[in-house]
Design a protein around this ligand. Structure first.
Ligand code: ATP
Ligand code: FE
Length: 363
């Protein structure tokens, strides 16, 4: 069967069409970078207006791209139900509900972070539950134990900023121009500068290493990193007109963020080991998982230290896209998780609540 997935949780308007045998049939995406870059970040009400403006065209483009007829060829309509920006979610959800009810097709409301996680099962068909998941994106930094579809244990989260947010804020502090296009934005710009920088020229403290509780607490913290960069810039009176300074500060930030992630992942692996859990892999997904330095160090950690496979979707499937929603729709539909045509969005939605939330509108 074939699913059409709609994603409007943040600033990208994305639609993907995929078949249950993993055949990618078509997709379309409308980015809003040029709208939000001058504002310094995503403005929710503006993002909503642009979703309203472009979503119908993006749905049509994805269908045209796949050379499919929605009435004849699409079996399931999937859509991001949350978490995300409320005004933005509602645009996608209303479109999906209307399409589904009018065409008489099943509707699947998708948890955006479950979709990021399940993307690994799209790209790696042999990946079986349970596996460990690191979700690193603009709004989340999560370490999850994936038991099955709709069933996750959260081992860790960030106590403040998400890692992608820290990349974005640091890019802004350094005055970096956003990288254009898919897999662009401020985080990708920071990666580009860091790649040409010396991570050892400036020292930045690794978050949470001073606290004793860190030893058993796998939670993370990324707001202090941005503050450390701010302090560094002021204390050393760094000249940001010097591009090598920008590159070296970016490299120091990125290396420290990676150290922090690795420290905490080690604790999560310990947690699993204590419980004799036989993990089938480490999945890394979400926008920041498109970062090559992060991927390389995770690969090393998984392979060298834990002898486990790292499954990291290609960059264009790590950042927000419609295919991941369509695929999550397929996975959920297969196990009978169909939603009511009256469901509402859930802007704040802890992933552990999956499986406890009603499929109807009252939730
Ligand atoms: P969430 O998935 O938490 O709801 P989101 O959907 O807005 O957030 P994604 O599209 O999954 O986020 O990821 C976007 C985030 O990923 C941004 O914060 C961005 O800076 C970060 N990001 C993207 N590319 C890179 C990169 N190359 N290096 C580091 N961070 C990156
Ligand atoms: Fe996302």
């Amino acid at each position: 069967f074939t699913a059409l997935g709609i994603e409007t949780s943040c600033d990208d308007t994305a639609v993907g069409i995929i078949r249950s045998d993993r055949n990618i049939l078509g997709e379309a995406i409308k980015l809003q970078q040029e709208i939000h870059e001058p504002k310094g970040g995503v403005v929710p009400t503006l993002a909503m207006v642009y979703h309203q403006t472009f979503l119908p065209q993006v749905v049509k483009s994805a269908l045209d791209n796949a050379r499919l007829d929605v009435v004849r060829d699409i079996d399931v309509i999937a859509v991001t139900r949350g978490p995300g920006l409320a005004p933005c979610l509602s645009v996608g959800l209303n479109a999906a509900k209307t399409l589904a009810i009018v065409l008489g097709k099943p509707l699947i409301g998708v948890h955006h972070m479950e979709a990021h996680a399940l993307t690994a099962r799209l790209t790696n068909p042999e990946l079986k539950f349970p596996f460990l998941v690191l979700l690193i994106s603009g709004g989340h930094t999560l370490i999850l134990l994936a038991h099955g579809i709709n069933k996750y244990t959260q081992l860790a989260t960030t106590l403040d900023d998400a890692i992608g947010e820290a990349f974005d804020k640091t890019a802004r502090l350094l005055g970096l121009p956003w990288l254009k296009g898919r897999n662009g934005g401020p985080g990708a710009a920071l990666e580009k500068f860091a790649a040409a920088g010396d991570p050892n020229r400036y020292q930045i403290p690794i978050p949470m290493t001073k606290e004793k509780r860190t030893k058993e607490n796998p939670n993370m913290s990324f707001s202090g990193l941005k503050t450390s960069i701010n302090i560094l810039l002021e204390k050393e009176n760094l000249d940001l007109r010097d591009f090598q300074v920008k590159r070296d500060v970016a490299a120091a930030f990125q290396a420290t963020a990676i150290r922090h992630l690795s420290d905490k992942l080690n604790l999560a692996f310990d947690w699993c080991k204590e419980r004799d859990l036989a993990l089938n892999g480490l999945v890394a997904s979400g926008g920041a998982a498109s970062n090559k330095a992060i991927r390389t160090s995770l690969e090393k950690l998984a392979h060298d230290k834990y002898n486990i496979e790292l499954i990291c979707p290609p960059p264009h499937l790590c950042t927000d896209n419609g295919l991941m929603i369509a695929w999550a729709g397929i996975e959920r539909y297969r196990v009978g998780l169909i939603d009511d045509y009256t469901i509402n969005h859930i802007p704040k939605w802890p992933i552990e609540e999956l499986g406890t939330i009603s499929t109807a509108s009252s939730s």
